[in-house]
Design a protein around this ligand. Structure first.
Ligand code: GLY
Ligand code: MN
Ligand code: MN
Length: 483
């Protein structure tokens, strides 16, 4: 993880420096004006010197191993050069943060054309680029973005996906970041292996009477033991119907379901994003078994359909159809599954999209918005549920994404008067009310199953296949104690 200065073993990092060099060359070949990229800097928690852990912007991380806080890089297609800008080395750094490689060592290890002082960024960019227009990319760190805007004059805005960067720059970045090389895949597999260990340990340590936080400790402790960090805020809850539930203060009751959505981010920045759901007492109730089996069938059907040329939205609709069929079987929906999906009735139970791109960001390149995630001429559906579909590309080999259907019993949706009116012929609301009030009035909660999938030349590979998800395997693990 990029926690500060690069380690002296920078040259040994994965992906290798030749991988990063190749990625930078590809980018230089794809742009026709200079591009200034910022890594971002330290963000303070409370007083200036108490920092949040540093995490470089993902595009910067895509091109450089273990970026230093405050680093910047100028890509110039005219002479095909890359200049890296780093803070000057000071004695205070050596005292508080340990030895730091010299500019000459960094230049050699990373293989850039020059390493310059960060303090000279503006002067040297203007000197090198003269009157040519220079592009940049807005990043999460507002100070770095403001500085890049001031230097380049490029009016980028991190909070407006249409203005994060010029369309040509977005296209050049997306073309590269959309497809994994073998070295990137090795990192994603590493994150997947650590994530498997975390999920299985949480299942094994589950028992009634403990708090969710204790299991979060096992999950995040596993990440830390392997030099990883959570790729996003861990969701571990018996209130799985709250989609991004980040509170961990519930007590686990015998009859609750635990939903864990957690993924490790490797030191390289590549990550996993996995969800599993299991019963606290190690035995799915008949209702939970039914719901679980339907979600698993939907997940498997969507994964099975992954191949080059498949349209991601069709995977979403396929999952919706399997869910609708299962919900009809349980008496929760009424009617023909295709018509239920067409009207959007299924979304009262599955109110989100079936997944998203995955890579250095858990929702990879989401900052660039639908310019990247939707194919040319494609726009988002306005229908409740499918409106949250974050991806609608035709799949090509090398793409990584999640498949994550779920069924949730959300009081705010299932008791919404407008939905009750709109779907009264298609949803059995008396039956949904039983799900909302079961489990000693705490309600059923939700089931989601999420895996990370690679589109390959001849189909797909599930990178997270080793995380148990068959009902019997999950039941056998829950409460078993060990890792
Ligand atoms: N972990 C967030 C998601 O699954 O999209
Ligand atoms: Mn996900
Ligand atoms: Mn997830």
């Amino acid at each position: 993880m990029h926690r500060g200065r690069p380690s002296p073993t920078l040259a040994d990092r994965m992906p290798t420096s030749s991988h990063h060099k190749a990625r930078r060359r590809q980018f230089l070949a794809a742009i026709d004006s200079p591009v200034l990229l910022m890594a971002g800097g330290w963000i303070s928690r409370n007083y200036p010197a108490n920092w949040h852990p540093f995490r470089a912007d993902s595009t910067f991380l895509f091109f450089f191993p273990d970026p230093e806080p405050n680093a910047a890089a100028l890509f110039d297609p005219k002479d095909r050069s890359v200049t890296l800008f780093l803070d000057e080395r000071t004695q205070a750094d050596a005292l508080w943060h340990g030895p730091v490689p010299s500019f000459a060592d960094v230049k050699k290890a990373i293989g850039v054309d020059a390493v310059e002082k960060r303090a000279d960024l503006k002067r040297l960019v203007q000197k090198k680029c003269g009157r040519r227009s220079v592009r940049t990319v807005a990043i999460a760190d507002p100070r770095a973005t403001a500085e890049a805007r001031a230097i380049t004059g490029d009016k980028v805005d991190f909070f407006d996906a249409a203005k994060v960067a010029h369309a040509d720059v977005v296209a050049a970045i997306a073309k590269l970041r959309c497809h994994r090389t073998s070295e990137e895949l090795a990192e994603m597999r590493r994150a997947a292996a650590v994530t498997r260990e975390a999920h299985t340990l949480a299942m094994a340590r589950t028992r009634p009477g403990i708090y969710e936080q204790e299991l979060v400790g096992h999950v995040e402790g596993t990440f830390a033991r392997h030099g990883c960090v959570p790729a996003y805020n861990t969701i571990l809850s018996v209130r799985g119907e709250v989609l991004h539930n980040h509170a961990h203060d519930n007590l686990l009751h015998e009859t609750d379901l635990v939903l864990l959505d957690a993924g490790a981010e490797a030191a390289s920045g590549y990550c996993a994003d996995v969800t599993r759901t299991w019963p606290v007492n190690g035995r799915f109730s008949p209702e939970a078994a039914d719901v679980y089996d339907v979600v698993l069938a939907a997940e498997k059907a969507a994964i099975e359909a992954v191949r080059p040329g498949a349209r991601y939205r069709d995977l979403h609709l396929l999952a919706c159809r399997v869910l609708a069929e299962g919900l009809v079987g349980m008496g929760l929906l009424k009617g023909d599954p295709d018509e239920l999906v067409a009207s959007g009735a299924h979304a009262l139970f599955f109110p989100h999209g079936v997944g998203h791109l995955l890579g250095l960001d858990v929702h990879d390149m989401e900052a660039f918005g639908d310019r990247v995630a939707y194919g040319a001429g494609r726009t988002r559906s306005k229908q409740f549920g499918t409106a949250y579909l974050r991806l609608d590309l035709d799949l090509t080999p090398g793409m990584c994404f999640t498949i994550e259907p779920g069924i949730y019993f959300v009081p705010a949706i299932l008791r919404d008067p407008a939905f009750r009116k709109q779907f009264r012929g298609q949803v059995d609301f008396a039956r949904t009310e039983r799900f909302l009030t079961m489990n000693s009035l705490r309600g059923f909660g939700g089931v989601r199953i999420e895996d990370d999938v690679l589109c390959t030349e001849d189909g797909h590979e599930t990178l997270t296949a080793a995380v148990p998800k068959e009902r019997i395997a999950v039941e056998a693990l829950v409460g078993s104690g060990g890792a």
